[in-house]
Ligand binder design. Structure first.
Ligand code: ZN
Ligand code: ZN
Ligand code: ZN
Ligand code: ZN
Length: 345
């Protein structure tokens, strides 16, 4: 007897021999799992039937419950890369290489035929084209800073001209949107309609967690996206680990992620260190540098979730795979986000 399982660490979908076996090693990442702890998506008798069974699970056609697929649509900080007006090496060097440009962070959640979008960046046109160019059914905004909301205008008459797309955001962010005439118009014309902050449907659940971050335009939330097998944390922005951990009531990052049963954490990697910006103070745009986060989390260990850094400032050396900084993250067992990365939840 063979079973189809999805690896919680590397997300590879694979067929494993379950006849009389207690555990197995993932084909993708080598991690060992107890078979009794795994959700078996399908069972087949013969090894020849495995390929088709794996395909069925991949296409999410198995039974009534469906896995959702999450796609990372952008990895840059709000300003994108190249950043407007930057005449430093980081941006000048890539001016003629659009393949190295990066869009501000955003996630797409594909749920059967529907697309749900997390953050509306101004690169939304390019980002939607990475996922069949679907019009989103809902949009989720973590907070009202520029890169996270400046694509909202694209839902209006001048562009997609949508009808009643649900806009999910916190009460304080919604107040801010209502105070902004161009955005208020989108709601008056019902291009967008406010929805609940947090949802649960047949295939997935989204739970916001309040996280301290410069709040001049409203509050900030991380989102936990929970599918039928895996949980993903999306936390592109926060100010400091001390404040964040105090706010959620944990001593360490790993304890917090374990308490939430997170399998994949996409977290703030804006800066490599606190000496990265030379022409202005980094004090007023604080984010915990990756260097500090690495000190706090140490090496990746057996039962740790995947931690993937995102939301990179144009100056961040981890954009380049050849740098020592990039290599250090990988050597410690963690990851740097890339546009187009997919996760099955
Ligand atoms: Zn694996
Ligand atoms: Zn941001
Ligand atoms: Zn630059
Ligand atoms: Zn922000």
């Amino acid at each position: 007897m063979y079973g189809i399982v999805v690896c919680p660490k590397c997300m590879q979908i694979q067929g494993i021999d379950i006849e009389g076996k207690k555990s197995y090693s993932c084909n993708g990442c080598g991690k060992r799992y107890k078979i009794s702890k795994m959700k078996i998506w399908n069972r087949v008798k013969r090894v020849e039937e495995l390929t088709e069974a794996v395909t069925l699970v991949k296409e999410k056609k198995w039974r009534d419950e469906k896995m959702v697929e999450v796609i990372l649509l952008g990895i840059a900080q709000d300003g994108g890369r190249p950043q407007a007006g930057c005449n430093l090496n980081c941006c000048v060097k890539i001016q003629a290489k659009p393949e190295l440009w990066s869009s501000p962070v955003s996630l797409g959640i594909l749920e059967e035929k529907d697309l749900h979008l997390i953050e509306a960046s101004r690169m939304i046109g390019k980002q939607l084209s990475m996922i069949d160019n679907k019009i989103p059914k809902s949009v989720w905004i973590t907070h009202a800073h520029l890169g996270h909301i400046d694509g909202l205008g694209q839902f209006g008459t001048e562009s997609m001209n949508t009808s009643r797309v649900t806009l999910h955001c916190s009460e304080r962010v919604s107040k801010n949107i209502e105070k902004t005439p161009s955005l208020k118009l989108l709601l008056e014309n019902e291009k967008l309609v406010f929805g609940d902050w947090g949802i649960k449907n047949k295939n997935f659940k989204i739970t916001p967690i309040e996280i301290p971050h410069r709040d001049e335009l409203g509050d900030n939330h991380a989102l936990v996206i929970e599918g039928i097998q895996n949980r993903l944390l999306f936390m592109p922005d926060h100010d400091t680990w001390d404040e964040t951990l105090k706010c959620v009531g944990f001593e360490t990052i790993k304890d917090w992620l374990k308490s939430l049963e997170i399998d994949v954490a996409l977290i703030d990697g804006t800066f490599w260190n606190d000496k990265e910006i030379k022409h202005r103070s980094q004090e007023d745009i604080k984010h915990p540098p990756i260097e500090e986060t690495l000190k706090r989390i140490g090496m990746s260990e057996k039962d740790d979730p995947r931690i993937i850094f995102i939301h990179f400032n144009h100056t961040n050396p981890v954009f380049n795979e050849e740098t020592e900084e990039y290599k250090k993250v990988i050597e410690m067992g963690w990851e740097i986000g890339t546009e187009g990365m997919r996760f099955y939840l």
